[in-house]
Every structure is written in structure tokens, then in C-alpha cells.
Unconditional design. Sequence first.
Length: 107
Amino acid sequence: MILAVAGMSPGEVAEKSRRLAGGEGLTPAEAAAAKFIRKQAKTPWAVTDTDVAELEAALGREKAWGAIWWASRSHYMTKVADAFQLPLEQDNPFRAMPGAKPEKKDP
């Protein structure tokens, strides 16, 4: 949903998701963020101060904490949606918001 809100077409979202899942074409900073966020999602109890320090070294302090906050929120929302069996929206509910990018269509 977040990638669609950013203006990506369904095909672009699928391609970006495939690349992210495989770590393909990621910068070193993106790879460090993906590694941290994967660990945070799968084994949050195992995240250490060293993990956070490595993320800060890769992204800088402000971006690292932004990534931690956003990933934490996303993990929480996923758990709530799963617990209550909430379906994903079929349409982008944020499309009409001020500043939203126009929806792209796949060719």
C-alpha cells in the first residue's frame, strides 16, 4: 500500500517487492536496513544495541531511527490486521488526500 501511495503502478510495486525480497540491486545502506528490519520482524527479542549501531552507521542516526519507527509501526499494524482478520483495501484510500501522486497504470 505504501508503495502505491508513493505513486508506483501495480507492476512497479510487484517488481520492487521481488527485488527487496531477494536483496537484488540494493545499496549497502538499503541492504543494512533490510537485514535489520527482517530481524526485527522475525525475532524482535533478538535485536541488540549492536544491531541498532550497525543500522545507524549505515543510514545515519536520524534515518536509522526513522526506519526503526516505521518498521515497528508496520509490524504492529500487520499483527493487528492478522489478529482481527482484516482484509486489505481494494482501492488506495489515500488517493484523494492532498499531495497524493496520481495513480500510475501498468502499460
